[in-house]
Design a protein around this ligand. Structure first.
Ligand code: ATP
Ligand code: MG
Length: 401
């Protein structure tokens, strides 16, 4: 990652057996190498001390996130520390993927990765240096904002937020990148109302040639936002999995909490069929090819998306777009480009930046610092909330937002 440094121009020649700093007979070659790398001045990977860490704002599956300021320029940044504690095989592949993908992407609605920094190993960090991803700082995340009752987005601002989300997804998909972890806490919003899609820890580039079916892992996406094809074992999935997540998030803009809070995969499927209707070959002809379809038994249900969401959402275009996103058959689910053409965005009131609402907020609403909302930390094994708004005793299938 930061190996493009040239040792000849920046460091003394490395020779453990000759160097005075490696003189101890009992030193293993490993510790000699460790000392060498610790003292190495990586020209493209600066010391994290150039930033002043001020507050922990996020604790995710793959690392801690801090608010910090550059000591020289005073620019605000978010530092995501790569979690290495449990890594036996070197630098985590998830972080490598996240860095690689973010380095290739550049869009106003995708969080910008400025650089990678490192901390030296010291006694304080148990002699293990860390790697940090340095991101542009966004004052809020959507999960934090929706959990704050003071924040009330009018329809025109919701339109602008959702339109920016579709623009981000459309950009990713046109570059053959799947996000694979759509959820409100991965959507960052600046004080000026600019949306930045973040957390590319599960993202991957996908093959576009249909010559051979792909075999991606289906243990992706936080359970509550996981598309039915993933839950049924699909490994040849594609862009529609992200659009299912957008459908859940869009509904959440009005419901204010995740709409399908399953506890385990089968429960999640039950909730999905309660809202979106029975999963069968009539509505989804290819479903019988999915590994788990024949293994699960779901009750017959009628589709109730419009009926259930209309009283909460109000706007018929919004309900229609959610209805087109929460389509069971991925091949019939609306694409991001088609969604951007939807009347929801061209009907009155027209989209307006959420800056007006966000400007007046006293505090930042991070997932970490915001009260009340359940944290959805684990991407493939969510911690469901202990009590639901509808009551924890509600039977399987009863708990729809
Ligand atoms: N650029 C940023 N600006 C402001 N806050 C951020 C930024 N990046 C991350 N955060 C905060 O840190 C939290 C965790 O970050 P992120 O989602 O990237 O990490 P993660 O380890 O993959 O988390 P998770 O597994 O919970 O999704 C975010 O939900 C957000 O609150
Ligand atoms: Mg996250």
């Amino acid at each position: 990652m930061c190996a493009n440094a040239n040792p000849d121009t920046h460091n003394q020649d490395y020779n453990p057996s000759h160097s005075s700093s490696f003189h101890s007979q009992k030193d293993s070659p490993y510790s000699a190498l460790q000392q060498y790398t610790d003292n190495y001045e990586y020209p493209y990977c600066q010391d994290i001390n150039k930033y002043d860490k001020q507050l922990k704002i996020g604790q995710g599956t793959f690392g801690e996130v801090f608010y910090a300021k550059c000591r020289r320029t005073h620019r605000a940044v978010a530092l995501k520390k790569v979690k290495m504690e449990y890594e036996k095989e070197g630098f985590p592949i998830t972080a490598l993927r996240e860095i690689r993908i973010l380095q290739l992407l550049r869009h106003e609605n995708v969080v910008r990765l400025y650089e990678i920094c490192r901390s030296k190993s010291t006694l304080y960090n148990r002699e293990r240096g860390s790697i940090y991803m340095v991101f542009e700082f966004c004052e809020h995340d959507l999960a934090g904002l929706l959990s704050n009752p003071e924040v009330k987005f009018p329809l025109e601002e919701i339109k602008d937020i959702i339109r920016q989300l579709f623009r981000a997804i459309s950009y990713l998909h046109s570059n053959n990148v799947l996000h694979r972890d759509m959820k409100a806490s991965n959507i960052f919003i600046t004080r000026e109302g600019k949306l930045k899609l973040g957390d590319f820890g599960l993202a991957r580039a996908i093959a576009t040639s249909k010559m051979q079916p792909a075999k991606y892992t289906n243990r992706v996406v936080t359970l509550w936002y996981r598309a039915p094809e993933l839950l049924l074992g699909d490994r040849n999935y594609s862009f529609p999995i992200d659009l299912w997540g957008v459908g859940c998030i869009m509904a959440e803009m009005w419901i204010r909490s995740p709409i399908l809070q399953g506890t385990i995969e089968t429960h999640q499927l039950t909730l999905i069929s309660c809202l979106c209707g029975s999963i069968n070959t009539r509505v989804w002809p290819d479903v019988e090819k999915l590994e788990l379809f024949s293994k699960i038994v779901l009750k017959d249900e009628t589709r109730k998306v419009v009926e259930r969401l209309t009283p909460k959402v109000g706007n018929r275009y919004a309900v229609d777009l959610i209805d087109k996103l929460l389509v069971l058959d991925p091949s019939k689910r609306i694409t991001s480009n088609a969604a951007l053409e939807h009347e929801f965005f061209t009907s009155e009131p027209l989209p307006i930046s959420a800056e007006r609402t966000l400007r007046h907020l006293p505090d930042n609403c991070f997932e970490m610092t915001a009260p009340q909302r359940p944290r959805l930390g684990v991407s493939h094994a969510p911690k469901p909330r202990e009590t639901s708004q509808m009551g924890v005793s509600a039977g399987m299938g009863d708990r729809l937002y």
